[in-house]
Design a protein around this ligand. Sequence first.
Ligand code: GDP
Ligand code: MG
Length: 439
Amino acid sequence: LGSSLRGSLDKLQGKSRLDEDDVEEIVREIQRSLLSADVDVNLVMDLSSSIKERALNEEPPGGTSARDHVLKIVYEELVGLIGESTDIPLEPQTILLAGLQGSGKTTTAAKMAWWFSTKGLRAAVIQTDTFRPGAYDQAKQMCERAEVEFYGDPDEEDPVKIARDGLEATEDADIHIVDTAGRHALEDALIDEIEDIDSAVNPDRSLLVLDAAIGQGAKDQARQFDDSIGIDGVAITKLDGTAKGGGALTAVNETDSSIGFLGTGETVQDIERFEPNGFISRLLGMGDLKQLSERVERAMAETQEEEDDWDPEDIMKGSFTLKDMQKQMEAMNRMGPLDQVLDMIPGLGGGFKDQLPDDAMDVTQDRMRSFDVIMDSMTEAELENPRTIGASRVRRIARGSGKDEETVQELLEQHKMMERTIKQFQGMGDGDMQRMMKK
Ligand code: GDP
Ligand code: MG
């Protein structure tokens, strides 16, 4: 299916404007792809009309082919529908999982706990399923594999009591993930039970766990769970199979929520934080959608002179955050070391570098790799505001990245040093620059 969409897109190659027939054909192929990925027919129709209207009325930016332009529109409309990832801050919280039996709740609970532990947070799973035989053992085993705390009580029949006792028993953990029982269908007993657990644990977030293969059944489930406990986000499981998870979009739409996590296998590490790009490309069966969209984005930025992509020149203006440092490290992989990157900045002559302290820009490959792993365990906010990283955060980040606190401190030191150096450059007047360039 992806290939027929690709086929009709390829026919547009070389065209700079689309006519009505071109747009009709593409929209038809997109509809076909989305419907076969289980996206709700009404959503598909709404989407189709916005795509049609925009493709016919919006002018492609200069130098962009009609094909790329229409893809960018498709991509943007889908991002608009699916939305950004559910906001899940890296801070202490209780998360309740809801869903039907077999949807993947227990697996997702252990996976999420593992994921949080890689971020340096202590996570515990509380198993309240007293309905399914073997639920206790299954959850316990998965938590052992994930190396996270577990609480359950195979002798207790009251799930609400288990939930309460579990929160108490694991009170030292930062993250409490409360796994619940499912039934084959939405029986009153299931809804009553989860409502009781919800009132007992008072979760910060409730996630609905859905099997990627769910079709339009997602709608009723989402409605009922949202009415009873309030759904903040969706976790889609079994995306490693053939199903593309389009039914989950119905749930997102119905609950006015977003997608938080994706399950992509049976082991505890097979979890990804949702990100719209990959998911949309998968939905349409096209691998290169994001890249294409970015290409158009770049063409637009070039014409509009509004670049928000990182550019070596950016470090000469404004503040230099850890995020800049991370991007700069990525850039080094592509462009070479920072001193060479500095060479690429117009207006900076060679003499400039000679003024740098020898180790200011020295980040060896090994350190870079460690730094990269450490930065992965930081939040966006920490990357933007390194000054907020105090001792307890250093500890958390070290734990999450598996590096020692000293290395985290070294990273922060390195950042400070680079920041100081860059500040110096920024402080130099034009006259100084001129003199340097002449050297
Ligand atoms: P629950 O009844 O909602 O707790 O669902 P379980 O967590 O017990 O999962 C039901 C089945 O789906 C189990 O056999 C899991 O191994 C399997 N499963 C869960 N998530 C995934 C996934 O992302 N990929 C695959 N392939 N299987 C999964
Ligand atoms: Mg279960």
